[in-house]
Write a new protein. Structure first.
Length: 513
C-alpha cells in the first residue's frame, strides 16, 4: 500500500476477490476445535501481455500449502504439464501439414477444481470482516498454493474434455485428441493454464473453444504467438514454423551484465577441463564464491536448453555438476556460455513442410567426465525437419570400452524413440521405417547378434532388450558417418565448423539463413 501504484494493486486484489466470490471458493464459518486454518498471502506481479500496450497489474491469493500434511490435508498430487518434446512434435506436425494453431488461457485456473478434503484457511489480509475476526474460510475450491490444487483442476478439465469426445493419449495425459476422420482431427495440449489447440478445420476449433468457455472462464488469445516464453513465428507461404527465445536470452544476459560481452563461437572452449579439483577448498574462497550468482545463472540457462537450444545441452550439463561448490573456473565457463548465447540469441528451431518423419541420432563420449571417468551419452530426435527431443547426461556406470559406451547410449535412444513412436501413432500418423543412426559399427553388430565376447559379457542385461526390439522390427539401427551425426554436440565440446553441422541437422538457423 506504500507503492505509488497502490490504486492499481487494490483494483487487482478486488478483481481476484471477485473471481473468488463468483466461483464460491469458500464460506465463512467458525473454525472447529479439532481443525486448523492454513495461512495465506497475496502475490503481486506486473505482467506485460502479448497484445497489450500497457502493463497489467496482477494480484493472486496463494495458500501457504507447504504446511499441509499428507493424509490430513491432501492425498495425491499431480501437475498437468505437457512435455516440451510433445509440444514441439505437435508444432512440427502443424508446420508440415499447414494446420491451424490457436491458443487459450484459463482464468483463475485452480478455482475450477473441487476439493475432496475439508480444509480451512485464515481470512484474507486486507479483507477481514469486522465482527467476525474469529471466523475462518472453509474452502470449497482448490486455491493456488494447495498441494492438490493442480490435480483437482486436471480432474475437472479431463471430465469436461471426455464429455466432448476427446481422449487423452497414454503417452502423455495432457494431450487430448479427437479424430473425426483420417485427415480431420483436433489436438489439444494442456500446460497447467495454457492451452494449444491444433487442427485443420477452423470451425471445429472454434466449437471446442466455445464448449470450453461454457465450462471455464477462458481467454481466447487467437493464433499462437507466444507460449511459455517461447515466441512462435509462422511463414505460411513457405510452410515454416520457428521457435525462438531471443527476448528471454537477452533478458538473462542483461541480468548478469553479459549483454555487451565479447562474442565467442562455441558453447565451451576445449581448454575448459572442468573438475572438482577446481572447487574451492578453503573457507575464504568459498565465501568469495557465495557472492557469485552461479546457481541462479545456470538455472536461468536451463530454460532455453530445455525448450529451443539443444546446442547448449552438453555444456549446461557439465556446469550443473558443480552447483554445490562452484569454483572460479566453473564461473568462467558459465560466462563463456553466455558469451556464446550473446552471438547466437537469434537462432531459431525450425519446422518445415514435407512428410513428417521421425529420425533419431545417438552418440557417446568415452570417459568424458574428468572426475569419475563415466561416459556422456547424447541422443537427438528430429521430426518435420526440426529437433523435438534431445538428451545429454552422464551414463550411470563406467564403460570399459567405446563399444559399451555407445551401446548403452543407443539403448537409451531407442527407448525414447519407441515412446515418441507410440505418441505419433496415437495422433494417427505412421511411417514405414523408424531409424536410429549410430556412428559405431561394433554397436550395430552387437545389437543384431548375441555374440559372446570377453569385452562385452559384463554389459548389463537391461540394455540387451534392444536386440529383441530389433528382431521385432520396431525400429532399425543404421550406421552413419560421424560427420553427419547430429547428436555429437550433446556429448562433447566441438569446433565451430562441426557445431554448425550439428545445428543444421537439428534445424537451428538464424533468420538470415
Amino acid at each position: 500500500m506504500g507503492d505509488e501504484n497502490k490504486i492499481k494493486w487494490v483494483d487487482a486484489m478486488q478483481d481476484e476477490m471477485k473471481s473468488l466470490h463468483e466461483n464460491i471458493s469458500y464460506e465463512f464459518i467458525k473454525l472447529p476445535n479439532e481443525k486448523r486454518a492454513l495461512k495465506n498471502k497475496w502475490v503481486y506481479r506486473v505482467k506485460q501481455e502479448e497484445h497489450a500496450s500497457q502493463p497489467c497489474y496482477k494480484a493472486k491469493l496463494v495458500v501457504k500449502g507447504f504446511i499441509q500434511n499428507k493424509g490430513i490435508d491432501f492425498d495425491e498430487i499431480f501437475s498437468p504439464v505437457v512435455k516440451m518434446s510433445f509440444i514441439r512434435v505437435v508444432l512440427g506436425l502443424a508446420a508440415s501439414l499447414d494446420l491451424e494453431i490457436e491458443q487459450m488461457d484459463v482464468k483463475t485456473t485452480f478455482l475450477h477444481g473441487d476439493l475432496d478434503k475439508e480444509i480451512y484457511m485464515e481470512q484474507l489480509e486486507g479483507f477481514i470482516i469486522k465482527g467476525k475476526e474469529d471466523y475462518a474460510c472453509k474452502l470449497k475450491k482448490s486455491l493456488y498454493g494447495l498441494k492438490q490444487a493442480p490435480r483437482q483442476w486436471y480432474k475437472k478439465f479431463e471430465s469436461v474434455m471426455g464429455e466432448q469426445g476427446y481422449k487423452k493419449t497414454t503417452s502423455n495425459h495432457c494431450v487430448f485428441v479427437h479424430k473425426f476422420s483420417d485427415d480431420d482431427f483436433v489436438i489439444l495440449l494442456l500446460y497447467v493454464d495454457d492451452i494449444l489447440i491444433v487442427g485443420r478445420n477452423v470451425s471445429r476449433i472454434d466449437k471446442l473453444k466455445k464448449q470450453l468457455s461454457k465450462s471455464f472462464s477462458m481467454k481466447d488469445l487467437g493464433p499462437v504467438k507466444k507460449i511459455l516464453g517461447i515466441r512462435i513465428e509462422r511463414d505460411r507461404a513457405s510452410k515454416k514454423l520457428y521457435m525462438s527465445q531471443e527476448q528471454y536470452i537477452e533478458k538473462v544476459l542483461e541480468r548478469f551484465n553479459m549483454s555487451k560481452a565479447k562474442v565467442v563461437n562455441s558453447p565451451l572452449a576445449s581448454h575448459f577441463k572442468l573438475s572438482r579439483r577446481h572447487s574451492p577448498s578453503i573457507d575464504k574462497e568459498k565465501e568469495d564464491m557465495r557472492r557469485v550468482p552461479y546457481a541462479s545463472a545456470v538455472g536461468s540457462l536451463m530454460n532455453p536448453m530445455v525448450c529451443t537450444r539443444p546446442d547448449i545441452a552438453y555444456v549446461i550439463g557439465v556446469v550443473s555438476r558443480f552447483l554445490s561448490n562452484p569454483g572460479r573456473l566453473h564461473w568462467e565457463a558459465v560466462k563463456w556460455i553466455m558469451r556464446y548465447l550473446q552471438g547466437t540469441s537469434k537462432l531459431k528451431l525450425t519446422f518445415e513442410s514435407g512428410k513428417p518423419v521421425l529420425v533419431s541420432y545417438t552418440d557417446s563420449n568415452m570417459a568424458g567426465d574428468v572426475d569419475n571417468r563415466r561416459p556422456t551419452l547424447g541422443y537427438l530426435m528430429t521430426f518435420s525437419g526440426g529437433a523435438v527431443f534431445w538428451q545429454s547426461r552422464l551414463q550411470k556406470s563406467v564403460a570399459l570400452s567405446t563399444t559399451e559406451a555407445e551401446y548403452i547410449a543407443a539403448a537409451e535412444a531407442c527407448k525414447e524413440l519407441l515412446w515418441m513412436k507410440r505418441f505419433i501413432h496415437e495422433l494417427g500418423f505412421k511411417q514405414q521405417r523408424y531409424v536410429v543412426y549410430c556412428d559405431n559399427q561394433s554397436v550395430i553388430h552387437l545389437s543384431k547378434n548375441s555374440i559372446f565376447h570377453a569385452r562385452s559379457k559384463h554389459i548389463d542385461v537391461r540394455y540387451h532388450w534392444m536386440r529383441d526390439a530389433l528382431n521385432d522390427n520396431l525400429f532399425e539401427l543404421e550406421k552413419i558417418h560421424i560427420d553427419h551425426n547430429g547428436s555429437d554436440m550433446l556429448t562433447k565440446s566441438l569446433p565451430k565448423e562441426k557445431l554448425e553441422v550439428c545445428c543444421s541437422i537439428a534445424e537451428m538457423a538464424s533468420p538470415s539463413k
